[in-house]
Write a protein that binds this ligand. Sequence first.
Ligand SMILES: [Cu+2]
Length: 297
Amino acid sequence: MRISMLKSGLSAALAGLVTAGTAMAQETPALEIKGAPEPGGTGFQIAATELARDLQWLDGLLNYIIFAIVIFVMALMGWVIVRHNRKANPEPARFTHNSPLEVAWTIVPIVILVFIGAFSLPVLFKQQIIPEADVTIKATGYQWYWGYEYTDHDFAFDSYMIGADAENKLTPEVEAQLVEAGYEKEHFLLATDTAVVVPVNKTIVMQVTGADVIHAWTIPAFGVKQDAVPGRLAELWFKAEEEGVYFGQCSELCGIAHAYMPITVKVVSEEAYEAWLDEAIEEYAGTPRAINVAAAE
Ligand SMILES: [Cu+2]
């Protein structure tokens, strides 16, 4: 009885969502906020892609190597301080060369670097070799917002920080706008009015460029960061494995409002993406999919 009531309530709510969705192209089902910075946080955000997992694993590996080197150097210094101070060792040795030692301190760092390279280069290549895209999006950095172009369907929209029209200040109206858009007060400086919407578990290729100065597009939880350089078209790729909302911020100092051009990516189910795409094509006057399919055949 209860369950059926719950069910009917849910379906009514869903129906409400669907009708609301047709009114505005940027409406997507409520999503959990997965990739966001935390106050006082020092670690990484969650890893929502294979690239991010690789990066975080590599960071862990490097940490062990760093700890080992630091402990070794501290121990050497301790030994020098205790055993070779003026009191303990009044008459210092006067030799200037020790060939085996010199060979060792040349070879050992090389071995360490080659060892690191053996793990870091594959991670780097995986980021830089761009796979075949399921969805291609062009991101253009402007002073101070991002523009997105869904090149497969010839539509584009701009993405401003919520609060950009209130001089980048958190006013009560801006707080209300945040809540209305499904965010909270703490997401001020991260949430944007429109979001990049992508399907889960699909390969997304972002083409990144700048229109005026150098910006940088990043989503920390995806392990991607790419400078947006005017006159150049760079590429990055990711395959997000979990539905949710992910935030990033322009990561190249680009002017006075650099802090106010965040990035919001919504990873949604395949069906939700298809529905969003249809609405977005309509709202932003893109090329309908039927024509695209015909052209591809
Ligand atoms: Cu910027």
